[in-house]
Design a protein around this ligand. Structure first.
Ligand code: 6PG
Length: 221
């Protein structure tokens, strides 16, 4: 049974998330991190960027991407380059999801083989929307085909309303450590409901309602 780990504020939450990811990346073997998009993890990424890890052995990629140019304000790649891949962490390798394909499906198909070669990931960091979406797996969309690791999403279910690329549940769960980092009462309520047995059709339930991959849920008000 997953117990939500509660922190008194978002600074201590960011400390805890950073520590969990460092522990996962310092484990023996290839080190790779699937980073969350959005805004919640920014403080965590800033903490990681100034830690003197052996970043040259780390590959960073994303759990999902907005299908926009990497210089666009909505780009998760831009966010990761500005918040994580600087200082010591600038030495890490970055695997973008957005490529030069004609559409999100093409880019997803292009990056999928390399993602498959990376698993099991050292760590996956996820955020969650107040609708229960994780990465760019939105409620109401069919569960991805079980043989897929990365897919295109024609349109986001929440802002920014742009096409997306997302890792599938199969890919997100192919990790030694999975951390769900959330803040605020609304997101806490969603996770409480799912852990209590409701919301089984929510994408976050696909992550929480499984026993194969250890999941830590870190929350602050
Ligand atoms: C994205 C994310 C998405 C995010 C949640 C929470 O590209 O937007 O990967 O899944 O984690 O929407 O976003 P916030 O942390 O900004 O609330």
């Amino acid at each position: 049974m997953i117990e939500i780990e509660t922190y008194p504020d978002r600074e201590s939450l960011a400390d805890a998330a950073a520590e969990a990811l460092v522990d996962a990346m310092n484990a023996p073997g290839p080190a790779n991190l699937v980073a969350a998009g959005g805004s919640t993890p920014l403080a965590t990424y800033r903490r990681l960027s100034v830690l003197d890890l052996n970043w040259s052995r780390v590959t960073v990629t994303l759990g999902d991407e907005r299908w926009v140019d990497a210089s666009a304000p909505e780009s998760n790649e831009r966010m990761i380059r500005e918040s994580l891949l600087r200082e010591y962490a600038a030495a890490a390798r970055f695997l973008p999801l957005k490529g030069h394909g004609a559409n999100p499906d093409d880019d997803a198909a292009t990056v999928e083989p390399e993602l498959r070669r990376m698993v099991p990931f050292s760590a996956v960091l996820l955020g969650m929307g107040e609708d229960g979406h994780v990465a760019s797996l939105f409620p109401g969309n069919p569960s991805p085909a079980p043989d897929r690791w990365c897919i295109g999403v024609a349109m986001s279910g929440l802002a920014p309303f742009v096409p997306r690329i997302t890792l599938t549940p199969r890919a997100l769960l192919a990790t030694r450590s999975l951390v769900l980092q959330i803040t605020g009462p609304a997101k806490r309520a969603i996770v409480d409901q799912v852990l209590a047995g409701a919301g089984e059709d929510l994408p976050v339930a696909w992550i929480l309602r499984q026993a194969a991959t250890p999941v830590r849920v870190l929350w602050a008000p």
